[in-house]
Design a protein around this ligand. Structure first.
Ligand code: G3H
Ligand code: 13P
Ligand code: ZN
Length: 309
């Protein structure tokens, strides 16, 4: 068993009208929680690391842990660079065995984004690695990008971008947003399905990616706050919209914030209920359990990728 690229995963997901979960990893417990959740649901999964995560774990440690996860579970796993800011970071990841990379050139003007993405695609494809790029700007905070507004992806530009870069998948902006505070509390989130439909009809069979897709579950926030957190005004993407997107051209859905909230809820509960607890396995293990539960719920209830191995 080895790591896989996302190519076959996406082909199957597109035809089967479901999406693959791409979950951000930052330590061993997060990796184990995600992978155990995916295994229980008999689903492939994408483990993704941001530049910040790579700095925290180190690419060699990360690869070794992910290799162990593949060997232990036997499920299809892709290891992906999330929001790669430049070719150098992409090269480091590929040298360390990543099977998929994102180059996020959304902060550049269109021509520069095309030029830099094409350069990354050329390098990655020569190494057998697939590339995700981004067109449009998501509200919220991206690595190296800060924006208060959405610049929705233009469908005609998406076609030109895909044809000009030979990229393998494309992250688009249709109203999702990074982080826990995606919208003002009274705002009614609405994804732009008309844009997604247009892109799908102009690029039939081409895999689309949604970033910033955490649901930011109020019950999890309540647990965090009950055990001492101070999180107010958080709001995420309604799950029924993600379910609909999964049945369309969206083949990869990114979630990080929901994992952070689950981990935080698990750890806080143990530390507050048992103030004398000093064994990290007890509180980190509780966080890991909640991540497994969360990933199972996402796969079964949102992404629709259960039993697709
Ligand atoms: O989209 C960004 C991800 O949530 C990663 O966040 O850069 O803090 O690791 P990070
Ligand atoms: P969330 O902040 O909504 O979890 O999005 C994560 C993401 O898009 C990682 O690339
Ligand atoms: Zn993202």
């Amino acid at each position: 068993m080895a790591l896989v690229t996302t190519k076959k995963m996406f082909e199957k997901a597109y035809k089967g009208k479901y999406a693959i979960g791409a979950f951000n990893v930052n330590n061993m417990e997060i990796i184990q929680g995600i992978v155990e959740g995916a295994r229980a649901q008999k689903s492939p999964v994408i483990l993704q690391a941001s530049k910040g995560a790579l700095k925290y774990i180190g690419p060699r440690y990360l690869k070794a842990m992910v290799d162990a996860a593949v060997a232990d579970t036997g499920i299809d796993i892709a290891l992906h660079l999330d929001h790669g800011p430049d070719l150098n970071t992409v090269k480091i990841c590929i040298e360390n065995g990543f099977t998929s990379v994102m180059f996020d050139g959304s902060r550049y003007d269109y021509e520069e984004n095309v030029r830099k993405t094409r350069e990354v695609v050329k390098y990655a494809h020569a190494c057998g690695v697939v590339v995700e790029a981004e067109l449009g700007v998501l509200a919220g905070v991206e690595d190296n990008v800060q924006s208060n507004m959405n610049i929705y992806t233009d469908p005609d530009q998406a076609v030109d971008f895909v044809n000009s870069t030979d990229v393998d998948s494309l992250a688009i902006a249709i109203g999702t947003s990074h982080g826990a505070f995606k919208f003002p509390v009274n705002f009614k989130p609405q994804l732009k399905f008309d844009i997604l439909e247009k892109i799908q009809s102009k690029l039939p069979g081409f895999p689309i990616v949604l970033h910033g897709a955490s649901a930011v579950d109020p019950d999890t926030i309540e647990v965090c706050n009950k055990y001492g957190a101070k999180i107010a005004g958080a709001k995420g993407i309604p799950v029924e919209m993600l379910r609909k997107a999964s049945s369309m051209a969206v083949c990869k859905i990114n979630m990080d914030t929901d994992l952070r909230l689950a981990m935080t809820a698990g750890i806080r509960k143990v530390l507050v209920e048992k103030p004398s607890e000093i064994d990290p396995r007890k509180y980190l293990g509780a966080g890991r359990n909640l991540i497994k539960e969360l990933v199972e719920k996402k796969i079964g209830g949102v992404l629709g990728s259960s039993n697709t191995l």
